[in-house]
Design a protein. Structure first.
Length: 440
């Protein structure tokens, strides 16, 4: 069994899709630079990481590859994907919102061979010598169109100019870029184009128009979410204050939600995404910030409270559902003064059914925060043991666990939350006193 097959077996993936197969072949068995254009949700992160991990030397402690991303969420997510592959390489994510000095300490201790980061923060570390550029042979720019759109042109140009040993470049995007910036200095290039322009929405997505009798769509949204039950749904809005307003309303109605937008602190954003992705919240209320670079498995529904501002926003929003070969649904909430007129979209009218009860659907899990992590020598096994032996849980009542450097998250059965918090209050994990609290 080759290394690719071993990683896929570990991830529980039976077979790669055609784009991923071609990407692995192009990156692993050719020396060309590579451009991968493929829709949101088609698995581009795995497409470049699978071959890249086989090209890096796990015995060399130097940083050998940089992955440039437009935002911290994609940096964190990509780093998690690499770690889940069990490829024997060390990695780290670097981004703004925390001090560069703290990241430098971790870089020095961790000695990553691959670093994921935003352009500004990577420049900072390169300028200060926290990352040695002399051994960096591979540069990946993920969502390079988004990086340019967000104004990172000059920062990326400076970044590329600091990599004297650079041998190969891999660019990825979910939309077709008109022109590759000259500063990237692409050599002989293989272009893998899997974009289908005439299909802004996959045929695996059912499209519905939900008419709101009032301009204020809050009650219509509530009724729709009641109808959808405990399925996972993202509600997209165009403004931060609208996210806060809708999220507050849904919480007052009894829904368990996560709010997500660019005005939140880093910890708040991480908490929100973790709660939603592990099933501890049924609704993520968000700006278009959550439409790109987030891998949320088994997302059932995408709801447009506000109409997408352009076709690109539509593609990325709807691309959150029906990922890989799954099915999904998208709902457009249409007010009395609005019309659903988007080229290429054919919708069905959504009809509300009589609800079986007035009870608001509740998620099966809750998320807890544990104030110790890898740097405290705490592992997933330690947390499972702590939750079972001291917290009184069974393994079946424990869901996803993620251990970071200084803290961890764990999903546990919602009905057991209060009893668990009471049982572990003041208790130690591996001899260390720690904070255990619910993520609200």
């Amino acid at each position: 069994m080759n290394k690719t097959d071993k990683i896929l077996e570990k991830l529980g993936i039976a077979e790669l899709n055609e784009m991923q197969k071609e990407a692995v072949e192009a990156i692993l068995h050719h020396r060309n630079d590579v451009i991968i254009l493929s829709p949101t949700g088609s698995g581009k992160t795995l497409a470049y990481l699978l071959p890249l991990v086989q090209l890096l030397d796990e015995k060399d402690d130097s940083v050998q590859a940089l992955v440039v991303v437009p935002g911290r969420e994609l940096a964190l997510q990509s780093d998690r994907v690499l770690k889940s592959m069990g490829a024997g390489l060390r990695s780290q994510s670097c981004y703004g919102g925390r001090t560069a000095m703290d990241e430098h300490k971790v870089l020095r201790q961790n000695r990553p061979q691959l670093v994921f980061g935003t352009p500004g923060r990577l420049n900072d570390h390169l300028d200060k010598g926290n990352i040695d550029a002399q051994h960096i042979k591979f540069l990946v720019i993920d969502e390079f169109d988004k990086c340019l759109e967000m104004g990172f042109h000059d920062e990326m140009a400076r970044l590329v100019g600091k990599l004297p040993a650079l041998q190969r470049r891999i660019l990825l995007s979910a939309t077709d870029a008109e022109q590759i910036p000259q500063f990237v200095e692409m050599g002989r290039t293989m272009r893998l184009d899997y974009l289908v322009e005439e299909e802004p929405v996959s045929d695996r997505v059912e499209v519905y128009q939900v008419d709101s009798p009032e301009k204020d769509k809050l009650d219509t949204l509530r009724r729709l979410l009641m109808q959808l039950g405990d399925e996972q749904s993202i509600v997209f809005l165009n403004y931060r204050d609208s996210v806060e307003r809708v999220d507050q309303y849904l919480r007052e109605q009894g829904f368990v939600t996560s709010a997500f937008h660019g005005g939140l602190e880093q910890r708040q954003r991480e908490d929100a995404l973790y709660k939603f992705s592990n099933g501890s919240a049924t609704v993520l209320v968000s700006t278009d910030l959550a439409s790109r670079g987030l891998d949320i498995p088994q997302l059932d529904n995408v709801i447009h409270y506000h109409m997408p501002q352009n076709e690109e926003a539509l593609i990325h929003r709807v691309g959150r559902t029906a990922r890989w070969d799954k099915m999904g649904r998208t709902f457009f909430l249409v007010g009395p003064e609005e019309q659903l007129q988007i080229e290429g979209i054919h919708s069905s009218a959504f009809t509300f059914q009589s609800l079986p009860s007035s009870a608001v659907p509740r998620p099966r899990m809750s998320t807890i925060y544990i104030g110790k992590g890898k740097k405290d020598k705490i592992s997933k096994g330690d947390i499972v043991g702590f939750l079972c032996k001291i917290g009184g849980l069974t393994p079946q009542e424990i869901g996803r666990i993620d251990v970071n450097d200084r803290y961890a998250y764990a999903a546990i059965s919602r009905p057991r939350l209060n009893a668990l918090l009471k049982a572990v209050k003041g208790q130690k994990i591996k001899g260390l006193r720690t904070v255990v609290e619910p993520v609200k």
